[in-house]
Design a protein. Structure first.
Length: 319
């Protein structure tokens, strides 16, 4: 039966979730989603549904999908993420993945120029380890592997060291009144990170603290003299627990401003958070880190007991 190609709509949350579940059942990337999560993604103000999405459909089912949202800033380079190339297991090796990548290479410059004319553009494609077909497609289309991100996990049944909070620092639980300070800490701390784009208040709310996955009681700030110098923000995905039976606290952001690095702020935040996670009934904690991170983050996570369980390679196409 022929497939029909066209954009996503705001009514596609259920079909998208069903498609993602079919892909996960075969690829085993560890990514599980709910219809509610997909509805949030469809409502992303940075995603142009009509021109920034492409789906192949057979009857009411999505069988291939690509999304090319713009980012909230281009400073100094606009880093567009291609979330796509995914194909339903029953429809693979029919050229659908290549069609989506080719579409993204044509579409990204048009969307980019509309938002950030005159700025350089890099298109990023994130490929899970083991997805050799997508890696091959990416390289054939002119993408080059640039960075490897490690997914790391910590078993909370193992002993957790007591937090050693640096002198002059206090760790407090996130509140709405502290949200802007948390955003400022994240932007300041990630300014020298590869692939970083500063968060605007709007993108911060939509992607970080305004999403249904955000867990205020598992999120913390480190303050000194009343000013935030570090933050740790946590998400929780109910769909993962439904699939695995394990409640995992996902550390979405951990950040320390430059002048406070090397003083134990991040380690104190992690130890505090792990203790809190265990008390709240989580079985594991997870996070993602750039394997080439130059701030010492990898070593901090290793000392805290986080071990690598997966890797994702980011491929880049520079225009």
């Amino acid at each position: 039966m022929d497939v029909k190609w066209g954009p996503l709509t705001t009514d596609d949350a259920s079909a998208w979730a069903e498609f993602a579940a079919a892909v996960e059942a075969v690829d085993r990337t560890g990514s599980h989603v709910t219809v509610e999560q997909m509805a949030e993604r469809l409502a992303n103000p940075l995603l142009d549904l009509r021109e920034g999405t492409l789906a192949a459909r057979q009857d009411d089912r999505i069988v291939a999908l690509g999304l090319a949202p713009v980012r909230q800033a281009a400073d100094p380079v606009h880093l567009m993420d291609l979330w796509g190339g995914a194909v339903h297991p029953d429809h693979r090796r029919r050229g659908y993945g290549r069609r989506i990548i080719d579409w993204s290479l044509r579409t990204a410059p048009m969307l980019h120029e509309r938002h950030y004319p005159g700025k350089p553009l890099h298109l990023l494609l994130h490929v899970d380890d083991g997805n050799h077909d997508l890696a091959t497609l990416a390289e054939e289309a002119g993408f080059a592997p640039e960075r490897v991100f490690q997914g790391r996990r910590r078993d909370l049944t193992l002993p957790i060291p007591l937090p050693k909070v640096p002198d002059g620092v206090t760790i407090v639980t996130w509140t709405p009144e502290l949200d802007e300070q948390a955003r400022e800490v994240r932007n300041a701390a990630f300014g020298d990170h590869w692939g970083n784009t500063p968060h605007t208040p709007e993108s911060w709310k939509h992607l970080i603290t305004g999403t249904t996955a955000f867990r205020p009681d598992g999120s913390f700030l480190a303050t000194a003299d009343g000013t935030a110098v570090g933050c740790l923000l946590t998400h929780y995905r109910e769909a993962d627990t439904a699939a695995t039976g394990v409640r995992e606290a996902w550390i979405q952001i951990i950040a320390t401003v430059g002048e406070w690095r090397g003083r134990g702020v991040a380690s104190a935040l992690i130890a505090h958070a792990l203790t809190s996670f265990k008390a709240q009934g989580y079985g594991t904690a997870g996070l993602s880190v750039d394997a080439a991170n130059g701030t010492g983050a990898v070593a901090i996570y290793e000392r805290a007991g986080f071990a690598t369980f997966k890797c994702v390679t980011t491929y880049v196409h520079a225009y």
